[in-house]
Design a protein around this ligand. Structure first.
Ligand code: AMP
Ligand code: MG
Length: 415
């Protein structure tokens, strides 16, 4: 008899997964290898930025009050007494009627209260002539104007972008505390599966899920371990899964999670004594997605159908990986778009359609990328979004405004 499974609403299923605990660890990596990692500590300014008042231009450091009487007709004459570049500190203190030639980034000399750019003075060594009144504080980048000492600039869990690297360098992080990548094991199950280097044979297909899931794990910031393909044999699958659980905290299997004769994952969870959080979700594709917990380890039983496998990962695995990486934003970005295709059939389940967005005159349009079947693999390649079509409606029409989940950043063919 086929077991009856009660579908859980997608949101409830996500919440159940996110309620699972995962202990994050911190490790240190060189700054040059910290790209795309997640910060392991709050980044606090331990000094002011800039650390001293400095010149934002090449010009002359002056005492603003010396220019009070300056005008087109009566330029003020100042004597240039020193010259400093970035990285050097002036030896002299400015006295009345004096100027110091100063380059961008150099500290403001003692006594100086403003900087005037080269373009605004006439030089006749050793003098300069100024034809306007300069205000106190003009062209001085004040100490601490960018960041002040003690300020928390970034929270732990922030992804290290090039801009974050600049900040890390500013505060002397030659080595960066980052969150250790969660290790995620992958097993593909199915007697029909061939490796990419094998020739096609009757009845067989190539295993596309494992490389895809590997890519999804990496993109989320995890560390994948691919254990290989398992043929549909209960004992072999059981012992392999059990062994893998000794090595990783999170194990993803693809396939064998449905109710077919060779779908052994449900029996494997049972024999392990794992706690099944859910084994049916009110979504298409991927309704058979199963999540279980065993000895503090998390097992994700994703569907073998490529599109279902992909969506199952995005909805359930990715957020918990991001949470493990201490991210404050573990979920995919959502926004609205205008649907470009009819979906006339009512569906009790929420659909996640692999889609592509396009901006037309300031409005985001979204359309499916290909065959809308859970077994489709081609629809995945170009998808940059999932169109969310909630269940329990009478269908959707082109022109409807729908919600989309963004999968990645896009580029543009024009500048
Ligand atoms: P299953 O979930 O095992 O019932 O498999 C559902 C469908 O997905 C079947 O058509 C399988 O052949 C296919 N499938 C299973 N695993 C993979 C895989 N790793 N790569 C590509 N297709 C797969
Ligand atoms: Mg199978």
């Amino acid at each position: 008899m086929v077991e009856r499974r009660k579908p859980l609403p997608v949101q409830d299923a996500i919440e159940k997964v996110m309620a699972l605990s995962y202990e994050s660890q911190i490790e240190t990596v060189p700054l040059s290898e910290s790209d795309a990692r997640h910060l392991g500590v709050d980044l606090k300014a331990d000094h002011d930025v800039p650390p001293f008042d400095r010149s934002p231009y090449d010009g002359f450091a002056i005492r603003a009050e010396d220019t009070n009487e300056a005008s087109q007709e009566n330029p003020v004459r100042l004597k240039v007494v020193e010259e400093i570049g970035a990285g050097t500190v002036a030896k002299k203190t400015l006295n009345r009627g004096e100027a110091i030639r100063i380059m961008t980034g150099a500290p403001i000399p003692n006594g100086a209260t403003a900087v005037i750019m080269f373009e605004l003075v006439r030089e006749d060594a050793p003098y300069i002539y100024i034809k306007r009144n300069v205000n106190k504080g003009d062209n001085i980048s004040k100490q601490g104007e960018d960041a002040s000492k003690g300020e928390v600039l970034l929270e732990r869990g922030t992804v290290i972008s090039p801009g974050v690297k600049a900040l890390l360098a500013t505060f002397g992080y030659a080595d960066v505390p980052v969150v250790k990548k969660p290790e995620v094991g992958i097993y593909a199950t199915g007697t029909e599966l061939l490796d990419p280097n094998e020739a096609l044979q009757p009845g067989k297909i190539r295993n596309s899920n494992a490389p895809m899931v590997e890519g999804q794990i990496k993109a989320a910031g995890g560390l994948p371990t691919y254990f290989g393909v398992l043929e549909d044999d209960f004992e072999k699958c059981f012992s392999s899964v059990k062994r893998a659980l000794e090595e990783v905290d999170i194990l993803i299997t693809t396939g064998g999670v449905s109710v077919g004769d060779y779908d052994y994952l449900p029996a494997i969870y049972e024999k392990l004594g794992a706690t099944v959080l859910f084994n049916k979700v009110g979504m298409r594709p991927g309704s058979v997605t199963t999540v279980a917990e065993w000895n503090g380890k998390i097992l994700f039983g994703l569907s073998g159908n490529p599109s279902a496998c992909f969506v199952g990962f995005e909805l359930f695995v990715r957020p918990i990986l991001k949470r493990a990486l201490l991210s404050n934003t573990p979920y995919r970005l959502r926004s609205k778009a205008v649907l470009q295709k009819d979906f006339p059939k009512p569906n009790p389940f929420t659909r996640f359609v692999r889609s592509k967005t396009e901006e037309v005159e300031g409005t985001v349009h979204v359309k499916p990328t290909g065959l809308d079947k859970s077994g489709s693999v081609t629809s995945l390649a170009e998808a940059n979004a999932l169109t969310v079509l909630p269940g329990g409606t009478r269908g959707f029409k082109a022109g409807d405004v729908v919600e989309i989940l963004h999968l990645r950043e896009g580029g543009s063919s024009h500048s």
